[in-house]
Design a protein. Structure first.
Length: 382
């Protein structure tokens, strides 16, 4: 009972300076009432910020774990949630999450996927002769970049383009986003489901850009990453809890970062939008407690198989291709696409045969007009 008077006395002593300042302000011709209320609001804001800092410190020092799926409090030594049986991350990772960051598990699919994307960039960097210069449009098309005159004949470029990047800054941003968002989706829907969502939304985002009619060489993982962002945002909106809304808001911030980054580099916003929309529909429609049930086993296996086969197939196509030979005089009428290895020659031929009827009007096999030149093919970055 004695705490209240003591706190009141302390607050009154802390606010005593306000009256002194009000007297000085009145002597100088200022409105004393307005000055007093402005100083009181400022003082209250300082107190509120101090309380929030104290609460954050207490939150960071919290010794227990919290399940990201159901929100139940767990002992720090628990590996699986006792309420919903979801896998719990380590206490160190949860502390990083409380700070607003994210650390992928060492053996997570997100980490493996990031390593694969990095390996693809290294492959293209070596093929381009090294150095600090970004890969040319010609080189990116040679290794599977999406370009309209070739995509009609080789639809697999809608997939391989997801793993290609235009430079170190482009690669770094997408790897950071993947390392931040990927583990969230793995924790909600499972590791291979995350991979399936990334591959499917990235490929369909490229298809959407193709149908819209964007020109240039399309490359980048942001379509798939925005698909993951959409899944988490849709899930958070559907759950509606405090943690769900916080996750939704965090993902919307990532979406805003991607759009701002895209404006800075003239990116493919259509692919970003298509990826986010597809992911949001999945995250809102498919509840995490329903996804593991046996009734959805077929859909779950299909998504996981498509993701695994798509990623492995894309990497095989990229790593078995070679850099284009230097153009010579009189080569303008030739098809300058590099040959696929003997192992993939048959699937490539089947792909060309299957899509022969859907070829763009006026474009015949092997006749693509002017040779591939970087100046003639602006990049459409994701």
């Amino acid at each position: 009972m004695e705490m209240w008077p003591r706190m009141t006395e302390r607050r009154e002593s802390d606010d005593a300076w306000i009256e002194k300042v009000v007297k000085v302000a009145g002597a100088l011709g200022f409105n004393p009432m307005r000055t007093r209320w402005k100083l009181i609001r400022w003082q209250d804001g300082r107190r509120k910020a101090a309380r929030q800092r104290e609460q954050k410190i207490v939150h960071l020092r919290y010794r227990h774990k919290t399940c990201s799926r159901c929100g139940a409090v767990q002992d720090r030594d628990e590996a699986v949630c006792t309420a919903c049986r979801a896998k719990l991350t380590s206490h160190r990772v949860q502390v990083l999450q409380r700070l607003g960051g994210m650390a992928p598990e060492s053996l997570s699919v997100s980490a493996v996927l990031a390593a694969a994307v990095l390996a693809v960039y290294a492959r293209i960097w070596i093929a381009g002769g090294g150095g600090l210069a970004s890969p040319s449009s010609t080189l990116l098309v040679a290794f599977g970049g999406r370009w309209a005159p070739y995509t009609a004949d080789e639809p697999w470029r809608l997939l391989t383009a997801v793993f290609l990047h235009a430079g170190l800054w482009h690669l770094a941003f997408n790897l950071l986003a993947l390392a931040t968002i990927g583990p969230v989706i793995e924790g909600l829907y499972g590791r291979l489901t995350m991979l399936g969502i990334f591959v499917v939304t990235g490929t369909l985002a490229n298809l959407g850009s193709e149908l819209v009619g964007l020109s240039g060489v399309g490359i980048g993982a942001s379509g798939g990453i925005m698909g993951l962002v959409g899944v988490a945002a849709g899930y958070g909106q559907r759950v509606g809890t405090g943690s769900g809304r916080a996750l939704r808001d965090r993902m919307l911030k990532w979406g805003a970062y991607t759009i701002l980054f895209g404006f800075a580099v003239n990116a493919d916003h259509w692919a970003h939008g298509f990826g986010f929309l597809l992911g949001a529909v999945f995250g809102y429609a498919v509840r995490i407690e329903v996804w593991p049930r046996s009734a959805l086993l077929g859909a779950r296996v299909l998504v996981q198989l498509v993701g695994t086969a798509g990623a492995v197939g894309a990497l095989a196509l990229i790593f078995t291709r070679s850099a284009p030979a230097p153009l010579e005089t009189g080569d303008a009428g030739r098809d300058h696409r590099p040959e696929v290895s003997a192992v993939l020659a048959t699937p490539a031929a089947m792909s060309r045969s299957f899509c022969a009827g859907d070829r763009a009007a006026g474009v015949a096999p092997g006749d693509y007009g002017a040779p591939l030149r970087p100046s003639a093919m602006p990049l459409t970055i994701q």
